[in-house]
Design a protein around this ligand. Sequence first.
Ligand SMILES: [Zn+2]
Length: 293
Amino acid sequence: MSGGRSRGGYAAPTFLTEAIVLRTHRLGEADRILEVLTPQRGILRVVAKGVRRTSSRLGSVVEPFMHARLQIAAGRADLHTLRQAQLITPYATWLAADYELYTVAAAMAETVGRVQAVDEAGHRGQFRLLHGAIAALARRRHAPRMVLSSFLLRTLAEAGWQATFAACARCGRPGPHPWVNVALGGTVCDACRPPGSAHPSAEAVCLLRALSEGDWTVVDAAGETAASEAAGIVSAYLQFHVERRLVSLSVLDSMAELDAVARGGDGSPRQPRRPGRTPDDPGPRHDPPAGAP
Ligand SMILES: [Zn+2]
């Protein structure tokens, strides 16, 4: 591999990496800063020079959610420079036509930024999860909100916050159990249940287990009400571990409310309660793993 252009005796070392673009920011007249997720190095910030000019060949490759092979000149600090970009899969093109798909992809990209992995095994796991979820969205394999819920549960598990919906999260007794407590990390049995635990439908508990294990046969067969309950619990679980509310998830919540209004006012008869966040049950807090935001 070339050593890159020499400037004043300093030749930046370059490396090749596969990447998914998470987001981009404008820089000056013609440049962009890209945030990309890579399998070996996690999130990198890369300056792409001249990509906003109409003559740029790279411009269409470095859009959010594009999957590409990048040649990068390593910066001395945490800001690198893009040398070459070769498109692998044009997920952005397939997602851009559908507002809901694009919003879900944005929520996943935002989560990746908040729940960063700390070592190469973690980076690889996170890249594999994001790539799989973006591909499933773009190819419309499953309901977008279910792809998001599964991605969130598995990304949090990768970061050390594994939720269990197959056994009691406190005593380990095999389930399924009817109660969910976000602070305790999943379902809890009758004996362990703290006050304020949620009581979702049995179908929702079954769906949560399938989402966390990637059992898509069960997920795809789930009804609308169970899907709504499960998505609410996953959202509460994410909020419990990631302090600040994700902007993209707020957009999804308002879309769900609009859907409910369109269906005649009360589209989801049983709203999932937000366990662990009620005044009578603040629940114990988990310490975030080292390196978490
Ligand atoms: Zn128990």
